[in-house]
Every structure is written in structure tokens, then in C-alpha cells.
Design a protein around this ligand. Structure first.
Ligand SMILES: [Fe+2]
Length: 471
């Protein structure tokens, strides 16, 4: 039985008490090579820090800066970042377009006054470095009914209340892009996917679904390795001198406060695109929503899979409700995920609600992890349009911060087990095998649909997806 312990206890030096982690790495997940590699990396941070105060800023031309940092040795392993179409021509990104066609589409919601906004105001609750611009800001969008688009009209931030015709609009937009980039990496990706959802899912599954339980076989490919990976990656990113405090704007104390606050407000509804859309108060068909459409299509394939699978093993809702392992698993998920999973189950254990939840977990481990993590390679590196920190002096970021940003994003694109593979060896029997194989066929069919369309940096396709969140 894995126990949950506070992060501060599991990893001394990261003073966060409310985030829970497994008390140990379960047998079978430990990798000596990975452990040694991470230990060496963390030792190197201390012995030879990769960032040093006072280094020169990157050169003015971002393409030259990219060539200098992303050398031919890196390029042999992984292609250089692509420039999103939204960054091609304009001096600054069109936030209205970014709100529906970029990884930052996840931030769009209606505020209490009914305005369509991105709201990063709360980032000001946490300490940032004195030489950097604070990130708290709010972007207001207006709906253009005729062409079904959005336009950003106003941004409030430390710079003031600035409308789109103001000469300071560029600075306001860059502040919003920096806030979005920071929030997606720290809050949505690492705190949300890894710590709030992935970790608790793995603990609950290991503790309550025995090895030959049908739901264990369904979930296993999407959670195996989580405790090992979360433990090592948290150390590498969140200890003093780690990636987060040296790349983004928050001091170590500020970063810990941000994680502490946002862990408690995590909502599991984000793992079900339709529910998330409703939860954000967004209208059904007022404007074009390319990212949302993409995410719905992927989720639908996952839901069809989990629905087929659960119907194969349970011939009635009662049969599922009487399964004590399922009851215990759901109880543990409700206890361990901040704010539980009842928003997805709507308080009822049925084949439909559990299929929705299981599809949400597969979607979280594959689609969300890609959209909020690896996909940032093509956005976060273009720091002229999407700054990772903003110096109040007007200087560009120093070469060491740029290099570390690049290395951190490069690590997110290492080769992992792909989702689009034959997972039928996890099946208990022939009927399970057939369901896993059908899932693979459905993923391939969706991939063919996307292969026929114009490539877009914001689009996630089945072939890009990994089976789980683990390094
Ligand atoms: Fe990740």
C-alpha cells in the first residue's frame, strides 16, 4: 500500500505541505540509470550552476539566438522549434487568435461579469525577482460575430489599463504572453497534470485495483512509472537551483507559494473537454474553436475505447456498482485528487460515468500532457513574441536563461512509449484484446484525418501522443 506524504517531507528543500506524493517508488518503477542520471544532474546544478548572474543578453535576432543555442548536435536528435503561423508576420501575436488556436486556449473563460477573459491576476500573489516585471494581468476579448473570431481589446497589468489602440499595447501583450507561458508550464502542466492528477491516479490504482482487475489493465499503460518520474522530475525542477526558479519569473519562495495555492484549486473537470468548456462558462457556437474541436475529437476516441471496454466487462451498471475494488478506487480518487472526481462522475457510478472518468485519465496522460508540455517547444522558445521573463530594464533575457529554457523544453520531447501502439498485451482475455486493438484502429483513423489537413503548431494528433506522462 502506497501512502501519501507531504511534498516537503518527501523532498526536503521544497517547502510545500499540501501537495501529496507517494511515500516511496513502488517496485518495478525504479530505474537505476534514471536515478543516477538525475542525481548527477542535480549535483551538477550545485557544483557548476548552469545559470550565473550577469551574463550577456541574447542577440537581437531570435533566429541567430536560436542557432547559437540549438546547435547541430541537438538538431541531430530532435528538429528545431517550428514557428507557429500566428507568430509569422506580426510584431506581436494576435491574442484573439491565441485564445482559440494555441496551447493558451485553455485559459479562455467567462468572468463573473460575463466578459471573455484570460485572467492571470493571481500571479501577483507570489514573489518574483525584483529586476523582472510582475506577471499579474487580465486580458479582455470581444466577440466578432460576423467572422466568428475574438479580438483582445484591453489588458490590465502593472503597466496600467491599456486598450488595443494605445501605443503601449505591445508591452501589455508581451506581459500577457509571458504570464500565459509561465502559468501553462508551472501550474497546468507540472502542478496540474503531474502532481494534482497523475500522482493521485497512480497511487489509487496501485492501492485498490489488483493486478488482474479489468480497470487496472485499462489504466496501467497510462500510469505506470508515475511515482518514479514525478519524484525525480520534481527534484530536478523544484529544488533550489532547479529549472523553474532559474527560467521563470518567480523566486523559489514565490514558486512554492504558486504551487501550494493552485494545487488546492485543481479541478478534475479539465480532463473532460466538454465539461471543461461548460465549466469555463463558454458559449456553444459563437466563435470558431480549433483547439477545442481538436481536443474533443481526441477525447471522443478515448471515450469510445473506455466505454467499449467497460461494457465488455460489466453487463449492467449494478455490476459495476457492486464491484468493491471499483468503489474503493473511486473513493481513493475522491480523497486524493484535490477536489475529487465527482464533477466527472456526477456523484454516480455507472458504466457511462466511469467510462467518462477513465477516458479523462487517458486524455490527461496523453493529450493534456502533450498540449501543455511538449507542444510548448514551438511557442516558448520564440522569446521575442512569447517572453519567458521580462526585464524591467528593457534588456533581453541572458544567454544562460535562454539555454536552460531550451534544454528544459528539449527534455520534454524525449522519446517515450507511444499511445498509438498495440496495447492489447495488457488485456485479460480475447474480448479485452479486441477492445485494445479497436482503440489503435480508431487512433489511426483520426491520424489519417489530420494527415490530410494543413499542419498547425497547436494541433495535437494521435501519432504525437505518448501513452503516459513519464520521463
Ligand atoms: Fe511532463
Amino acid at each position: 500500500m502506497l501512502l501519501s506524504v507531504p511534498l516537503s517531507e518527501r523532498i526536503p528543500g521544497v517547502d510545500i505541505d499540501n501537495i501529496q506524493m507517494a511515500d516511496r517508488i513502488p517496485p518495478g518503477e525504479t530505474s537505476l540509470i534514471m536515478k543516477l542520471a538525475f542525481s548527477l544532474r542535480i549535483w551538477m546544478y550545485k557544483a557548476y550552476p548552469p545559470t550565473k548572474h550577469g551574463l550577456p543578453q541574447i542577440v537581437d535576432d531570435i533566429n541567430v539566438a536560436m542557432k547559437q543555442a540549438y546547435t547541430k548536435y541537438y538538431r541531430k536528435v530532435y528538429p528545431a522549434p517550428k514557428l507557429p503561423e500566428e507568430f509569422h508576420h506580426a510584431a506581436i501575436p494576435d491574442l484573439g487568435r491565441m485564445a482559440v488556436a494555441s496551447p493558451y486556449a485553455c485559459f479562455l473563460h467567462k468572468d463573473v461579469n460575463g466578459a471573455l477573459v484570460w485572467d492571470f491576476t493571481d500571479l501577483d500573489l507570489h514573489e518574483t525577482y525584483a529586476e523582472l516585471r510582475p506577471l499579474g494581468c487580465k486580458v479582455y476579448f470581444k466577440l466578432n460575430k460576423e467572422d466568428r473570431t475574438l479580438s483582445a481589446t484591453r489588458i490590465t497589468s502593472v503597466l496600467g489599463d491599456i486598450s488595443s489602440d494605445d501605443s503601449r499595447w505591445r508591452d501589455a501583450v508581451l506581459t500577457a504572453m509571458c504570464a500565459a507561458s509561465t502559468q501553462i508550464s508551472l501550474v497546468n502542466h507540472f502542478n496540474g497534470v503531474h502532481l494534482s492528477c497523475g500522482g493521485p491516479l497512480s497511487i489509487a490504482t496501485r492501492n485498490h485495483l489488483y493486478r488482474d482487475h479489468p480497470l487496472c489493465r485499462l489504466m496501467w499503460p497510462h500510469m505506470f512509472g508515475t511515482q518514479n518520474s514525478n519524484y525525480l522530475v520534481t527534484k530536478g525542477q523544484m529544488l533550489k537551483g532547479g529549472d523553474f526558479e532559474t527560467i521563470f519569473s518567480f523566486t523559489h519562495r514565490g514558486m512554492c507559494g504558486l504551487f501550494e495555492r493552485t494545487y488546492d484549486s485543481y479541478k478534475a473537470s479539465v480532463i473532460v473537454p466538454d465539461l471543461d468548456w461548460t465549466d469555463r462558462g463558454l458559449p456553444d457556437d459563437d466563435f470558431d474553436t480549433p483547439v477545442q474541436d481538436n481536443q474533443r475529437a481526441l477525447y471522443d476516441v478515448m471515450y469510445a475505447h473506455t466505454s467499449r471496454y467497460i461494457h465488455a466487462y460489466y453487463d449492467s451498471d449494478e455490476a459495476l456498482q457492486w464491484d468493491e475494488a471499483v468503489q474503493a478506487w473511486i473513493r481513493a480518487l475522491n480523497e486524493r485528487l484535490p477536489n475529487g472526481v465527482d464533477s466527472i462522475l456526477e456523484g454516480k457510478i455507472t458504466r457511462k460515468s466511469v467510462a467518462r472518468l477513465c477516458a479523462g485519465f487517458i486524455y490527461m496522460a496523453s493529450v493534456q500532457h502533450e498540449a501543455l508540455g511538449s507542444l510548448m517547444w514551438n511557442y516558448q522558445m520564440w522569446v521575442d513574441k512569447n517572453p519567458v521573463r521580462i526585464h524591467v530594464s528593457g534588456k533581453r533575457i541572458p544567454v544562460d536563461v535562454f539555454q536552460r529554457l531550451l534544454n528544459a523544453n528539449f527534455n520534454l520531447n524525449v522519446n517515450r512509449a507511444k499511445l498509438m501502439q498495440d496495447l492489447s498485451y495488457f488485456a485479460l482475455d480475447e474480448k479485452g484484446r479486441a477492445v485494445f486493438l479497436q482503440f489503435l484502429e480508431d487512433l489511426k483513423a483520426l491520424e489519417r484525418v489530420y494527415a490530410a489537413e494543413k499542419p498547425e503548431c497547436w494541433r495535437v494528433t494521435p501519432a504525437m501522443l505518448d501513452a503516459n506522462i513519464n520521463a
